[in-house]
Write a protein that binds this ligand. Structure first.
Ligand SMILES: [Zn+2]
Length: 417
């Protein structure tokens, strides 16, 4: 497939020479701000893998603003961190504590959420700490519970006048979402003191293939840059930073699975350097991930094919996996009658012309005389949803899920290892 329009130059080296790797399509709700698919490409000059998305920064801003408008009230309403978050942030705070002996350094946490990391840093006697987050509730919660300064800013609002300068800026799990990576680097440079440090962390594309959380999960509407140790080095060294450390960090996510993240510590020294190194292993690693995902996806499609074509199908759970499955030819011939999703953000939206309703609304409008088939699209919450359906609708005979297919990767004798 060579006949596609390049909407996006390489975010790392600005080259327009790319090679096609994979086409990914999403069935999104009507009027969704983001593009309903993209080509995954690899830069021929620096081997960076990224999404050739047609969406503009305005589209992404609109999307994230819309998400935060609804989630603001739900997130950051007190309560503690999850065990998984706590462990991940504890590791990071230990790393910062062992790396920076001077406790007086000024630290900024971009996207501080409820201030979990800042609290741990304070406990380690770092008192010059500041957080920023686009959510006002998060900012309020951080100020209240950690007792440090925190401000409501998005990344693009940060500058010398708004926030000042820092000795260490922490930028974790943000860069994979950004259309304009260069702009983010310039913003970071602007708020760093002379010889200041940047700590960066993103999902590790070199190791996607080690654990398949769901097929093609890493190629989603939001993650449009796929970093590795090599691409971090290319990006920062070519922008005047010196490499201090690069590595892989493993943490557990809420499903209980391990997750690999690439991290780097770089120091700003304003040395201009034009040295791009190629990453010869990344294409092999990404192709492994694509192939493993494809095997799982095919099994899911085969199961969907067994659904009765004349009986209505109810889809339960809309997320990155369902965006891909709903695009599949196997589901197109099925009679999808309801789409159920309990996230208020999706309320009132339509997908394939079918309105999205909550489970409660569905129960109120469903005619119990009609035979239906329910397909659960969430793998993490499949059991919870299945039990809920059995409890409320004991007469439904077909309840289909895919978590057993995805979980085969845990079985050492299966093909997924
Ligand atoms: Zn490049």
């Amino acid at each position: 497939m060579n006949n596609f329009v390049l909407y996006r130059k390489c975010p790392i080296c600005e080259s327009s020479k790319v090679r096609f790797l994979y086409k990914i399509d999403f069935e999104l709700f009507e009027n969704h701000p983001l593009a309903d698919g993209y080509e995954l490409v690899v830069c021929k000059d620096c081997s960076f893998i990224y999404a050739n998305v047609k969406s503009t920064q305005k589209d992404f801003d609109r999307y994230y603003e819309y998400l935060s408008r609804y989630e603001d009230d739900k997130t950051c309403t007190g309560g503690g961190l999850t065990e998984y978050d706590r462990n991940r942030l504890n590791d990071l705070s230990n790393y910062i504590d062992s790396t920076f002996k001077n406790k007086k350094i000024k630290i900024l946490d971009i996207g501080c959420a409820k201030g979990g990391l800042l609290r741990m840093l304070k406990n380690k006697e770092f008192y010059n700490i500041v957080g920023v987050d686009p959510s006002l509730n998060c900012v309020k919660e951080t100020v209240k519970s950690v007792g440090c300064d925190a401000y409501k800013y998005s990344l693009f609002e940060l500058n010398l006048n708004s926030i000042g300068k820092f000795d260490l800026v922490i930028f974790s799990h943000v860069m994979e979402h950004l259309l304009d990576v260069k702009l983010a680097i310039n913003i970071l440079k602007n708020i760093l003191n002379e010889d200041g440090f940047i700590y960066i962390e993103c999902p590790n594309a070199m190791r996607y293939h080690e654990i398949i959380h769901a097929p093609f999960q890493e190629f989603n509407t939001e993650h449009i840059n796929h970093f590795t140790e090599n691409s971090f080095a290319n990006l920062f060294v070519n922008n005047g930073f010196k490499k201090i450390t690069l590595g892989n960090r493993v943490f557990k996510i809420s499903s209980g699975d391990k997750y690999n993240a690439v991290f780097g510590l770089f120091q700003f020294e304003d040395n201009k350097c034009n040295l791009l190194s190629k990453d010869k292993d990344i294409i092999i690693a990404i192709n492994k991930y694509i192939n493993k995902s494809q095997i799982i996806f095919n099994e899911i499609e085969n199961r969907i094919a067994t659904l009765n074509n004349s009986m209505p199908v109810i889809i339960y759970g809309l997320g990155q996996l369902s965006y891909k499955i709903l695009k599949s030819n196997y589901i197109k011939e099925k009679n999808i009658k309801y789409l159920i999703d309990n996230n208020p953000i999706n309320k009132g939206k339509k997908l394939k012309g079918v309105p999205i309703t909550s489970f409660q609304e569905f129960l109120e409008s469903y005619n119990r005389q009609e035979d239906i088939q329910i397909v659960i699209m969430s793998t993490i919450y499949e059991n919870v949803i299945r039990n809920e359906i059995i409890d409320k609708l004991p007469s439904v005979k077909t309840i289909m899920g895919f978590s057993d297919i995805v979980e085969k990767r845990h079985n050492p004798s299966s093909d997924y290892h």
